[in-house]
Design a protein around this ligand. Structure first.
Ligand SMILES: *[C@@H]1O[C@H](CO)[C@@H](O)[C@H](O)[C@H]1NC(C)=O
Ligand SMILES: *[C@@H]1O[C@H](CO)[C@@H](O)[C@H](O)[C@H]1NC(C)=O
Ligand SMILES: *[C@@H]1O[C@H](CO)[C@@H](O)[C@H](O)[C@H]1NC(C)=O
Length: 265
């Protein structure tokens, strides 16, 4: 009896020593440079989501100057994406495992065909890629791109179904965005005021150019939503900070002023 426990004790000591030795050699292989590097990475704070931007594109404009689209071209605003933005109205960068924005493991884009299967028909109808909207493979490429770029550091990094559903729900909740007819021209300010009258919140307006690059067109209307409480999807409309597109403090895109005239094709 006594000698068996002695062997057990000896075995325990041997196991412990080998674990300690492995830990020690792991520590020894970390030089100062890598230690500082790890420390630095761990302390770099990920950007904080301030609000969400729902980007709605006007297919007749996008398909006239930006993309060559296979018919049918939808004649209602379709979703381009739902983007978490920081307090400077810059997009939250996509997931980066060297500077992770979340402790969760984001769902890989390759999982979307399984995860989004239950809402595929709704996505195809109101969130299509515009180049080949009835081609499911091309649609998944578009959704995977949006997920990778804007979903993996959203509030739903491991829940693409909720992320995509949240945009569908917001879009379906908006019957009217602008009341003016097609083939008309307005200033950027008039379009923004019209959206404000209909929805009680100022949008961001994105323009593109027609194929001959002679005319500015209403390409997108983007709506801004307060960052929701944890566990809730975005729902409260707020005024967008910038009616014109701004990146790093500079106006970008063809529309440079609220008084620019834009065509609604
Ligand atoms: C420390 O480790 C890094 C990465 O493993 C290596 O690139 C670097 O040369 C090492 N520095 C020293 C002083 O050993
Ligand atoms: C659908 O889209 C994919 C990806 O863009 C493409 O490779 C494929 O040829 C398309 N299918 C058809 C029938 O056009
Ligand atoms: C949006 O801006 C308008 C005009 O400045 C203001 O009257 C309105 O209260 C604002 N709405 C919100 C939700 O902040």
């Amino acid at each position: 009896m006594w000698s068996i426990s002695k062997y057990l004790l000896l075995a325990a000591v041997v196991v412990c020593l080998s674990v300690c030795f492995r830990l020690y050699s792991q520590l020894a292989s970390l030089n100062i440079t890598t230690l500082i590097h790890h420390q630095f990475k761990a302390s770099a704070p990920p950007p904080t989501i301030s609000f969400y931007k729902l980007s709605l594109q006007w297919p007749p404009a996008a398909c006239h100057g930006m993309y060559t689209c296979k018919p049918p071209i939808p004649s209602d605003f379709t979703i381009h994406g739902i983007w978490p933005q920081d307090s400077n109205d810059e997009p939250i960068p996509p997931y980066n495992k060297n500077n992770p924005c979340t402790l969760k493991t984001p769902t890989p884009p390759t999982d979307l065909p399984i995860k989004l299967r239950p809402i595929e028909v709704y996505l195809t109808s109101i969130w299509p890629n515009l180049v080949d909207g009835l081609n499911l493979t091309a649609n998944y490429q578009f959704w995977e791109y949006e997920w990778k770029k804007h979903g993996t550091c959203s509030d739903y990094p491991d829940d693409p179904l909720t992320y995509f559903k949240s945009a569908l729900k917001l879009r379906l909740g908006i019957k009217t965005i602008v009341r003016f007819g097609r083939q008309t021209s307005w200033t950027v300010k008039q379009v923004a005021d019209e959206v404000f009258h209909v929805l009680k919140a100022y949008p961001q307006i994105a323009c593109n150019l027609n194929p001959s690059r002679t005319q500015k067109q209403l390409w997108e209307i983007r709506l801004c939503y307060d960052r929701p409480n944890p566990g809730q999807p975005p729902h409260t409309l707020i005024n967008c900070t910038n009616i014109l597109r701004v990146s790093k403090g500079k106006i970008i895109g063809p529309c440079k002023s609220l008084s620019d005239t834009i065509f609604f094709p």
